[in-house]
Write a protein that binds this ligand. Structure first.
Ligand SMILES: NC(=O)C1=CN([C@@H]2O[C@H](COP(=O)(O)OP(=O)(O)OC[C@H]3O[C@@H](n4cnc5c(N)ncnc54)[C@H](OP(=O)(O)O)[C@@H]3O)[C@@H](O)[C@H]2O)C=CC1
Ligand SMILES: O=C(O)C1=N[C@H](C(=O)O)C[C@H](O)C1
Length: 259
């Protein structure tokens, strides 16, 4: 039986992950971790008495094999480091890790020969969107990204939009996009700028997680779009990660690398 701790277990994604672990044969939920809890009694969260509940990283004592993390950008680095240092395979969905933090965590994991996965998006439609967008950018170097999310989202841009921009940046030909003399009469109206790729973040009630990558060329345009209408869409990818992470020997970034 593979034992799992879910960090952020009270959150929107954490709750989905808890149910996934509970309903998947071969896996056992052994602990939940979240910030700002009023009780450490598992019954208060409809969890079996065997599940330990923690609200402080330093208090965590667990024999978990896998650490699933859906917390906050401000917590994810310390959480992932804790997991690796304790020999727990991290499956990280939380966004906001910097490139330097990822590199440091990868070194830590390699030193321990511990497998793990960081995925900015566990949804198949988003993984495919990123793949297709990278391919399209070889032929359409003029590109902008629009990401749209629910209005409780803490971070902007989304980890997915940033990853999309990075993947495009790896392949698109050296390129000056747009009017070099462009000015903004309203600050921020052209969005964020990642190496010349503009990213626009929309936050609205009713939305879950959506992204459009817009390419423009002489007399034509290509739009690639994905929609996650329900957070259940991310659970297929989390299950794939759970199934693979113990056989990895390094900290891998991107679900596409274990599919
Ligand atoms: N990779 C992917 O496919 C996806 C990634 N995400 C990412 O997952 C993260 C969580 O999203 P979502 O579930 O919507 O967010 P929520 O706000 O619903 O949940 C956040 C959870 O983290 C807990 N938490 C807050 N601070 C800490 C802390 N310091 N230590 C431990 N736990 C803490 C919260 O507990 P409490 O409320 O008690 O403080 C809560 O359980 C975000 O970064 C989001 O971008 C989301 C969807 C898909
Ligand atoms: O906060 C969310 O909801 C999501 N976060 C991830 C991101 O920032 O890319 C993945 C997905 O977009 C949902």
């Amino acid at each position: 039986m593979t034992k799992v701790i879910v960090a952020g277990f009270t959150g929107a994604m954490g709750q989905k992950a808890v149910h996934l672990v509970e309903e998947t044969e071969g896996y056992e939920l052994v602990a939940g971790f979240a910030g700002g809890l009023t009780s450490l009694n598992p019954a208060d969260y409809n969890l079996p008495a065997t599940v330990k509940v923690f609200d402080d990283l330093d208090q965590i004592e667990t024999d978990a094999d896998i650490w699933i993390d859906f917390t906050l950008p401000s917590a994810v680095y310390a959480n992932t480091k804790f997991a690796i240092e304790h020999g727990i395979h991290p499956v990280i969905g939380t966004t906001g890790l910097t490139d330097a933090q990822v590199a440091e965590l990868q070194q830590l994991a390699s030193a321990k020969q511990l497998g793990g996965l960081i995925a900015p998006n566990f949804g198949m439609s988003a993984v495919l969107l990123m793949k297709f967008a990278q391919e399209a950018a070889k032929y359409f170097p003029d590109v902008e990204i629009i990401e749209m999310h629910h209005d409780n989202k803490a971070d902007a841009p989304s980890g997915t939009a940033l990853s999309t921009a990075k993947l495009i940046d790896e392949v698109r030909p050296e390129h000056e996009q747009g009017n070099p003399d462009e000015t903004e009469s309203l600050a921020g109206v052209r969005g964020g700028d990642y190496h010349g790729i503009h990213i626009h973040a929309v936050r609205l009630p009713g939305y879950v997680a959506h992204e459009q990558v817009l390419f423009g060329g002489p007399g034509e345009a290509l739009t690639i779009r994905q929609d996650s209408f329900d957070r259940q869409s991310f659970m297929t990818g989390v299950k794939v990660a759970m199934d693979h992470v113990e056989s990895l020997h390094e900290l891998v970034v991107g679900l596409e690398n274990v599919l």
